[in-house]
Write a protein that binds this ligand. Structure first.
Ligand SMILES: CC(C)(COP(=O)(O)OP(=O)(O)OC[C@H]1O[C@@H](n2cnc3c(N)ncnc32)[C@H](O)[C@@H]1OP(=O)(O)O)[C@@H](O)C(=O)NCCC(=O)NCCS
Length: 145
């Protein structure tokens, strides 16, 4: 399986399940909190890597956030699959989509623990950003495409 956009109800379910398990459940957030208003917007690009059993190994999304700028959100890799290149595949899929859309820059708000991952992929810290759920500090990062 390679990275692709979710296409079937089962793939969408796997996509949002992983988003919830990695980015919401550990902070006791309610089911449904993993959804964003613009998930269904035609301009939002979703990336999914599936395991052979149909569960999601990695997910992420991109949306236009300014003139020729895109924002990556909701990057998540299943805990058992972290550190094996899945996150890189997801992010490179989204960067390729951004280039095809004519975007010249990607920004994102990285959780502190993920900052070295994004640095490894060419992103630079711009400034401290918000704190999520009262504890999860973020850094604004950017990469010129
Ligand atoms: C952050 C996350 C998406 C990275 O995905 P991943 O699949 O674990 O990362 P990869 O294996 O693709 O790593 C790509 C490169 O970054 C490096 N890297 C990843 N995490 C790192 C870390 N914490 N410290 C240093 N380097 C790191 C890897 O060593 C690898 O380097 P290489 O190119 O030399 O092989 C994933 O670990 C995750 O979902 N974490 C929990 C949720 C989260 O924080 N999401 C981000 C929200 S902003």
């Amino acid at each position: 399986m390679s990275v692709h956009s979710p296409a079937t109800p089962a793939e969408w379910a796997a996509y949002f399940r992983l988003r919830y398990e990695v980015l919401r459940q550990p902070w006791q957030q309610p089911e449904g909190s993993e959804h964003a208003e613009d998930d269904a917007a035609p301009t939002t690009t979703h990336a999914l890597l599936l395991a052979p059993d149909g569960k999601a190994l990695g997910v992420g999304r991109l949306h236009p956030s300014g003139q020729r700028q895109g924002q990556v959100r909701f990057m998540a890799v299943a805990s058992a699959a972290q550190g094996q290149g899945v996150g890189r595949q997801i992010l490179e899929f989204l960067e390729a989509a951004a280039r095809r859309q004519g975007l010249t820059e990607i920004v994102l708000h990285a959780r502190e623990n993920a900052v070295p991952f994004y640095q490894q992929l060419g992103y630079l810290v711009v400034a401290p950003s918000h704190t999520l759920f009262g504890t999860v500090a973020h850094q604004l990062m950017r990469k010129a495409l």
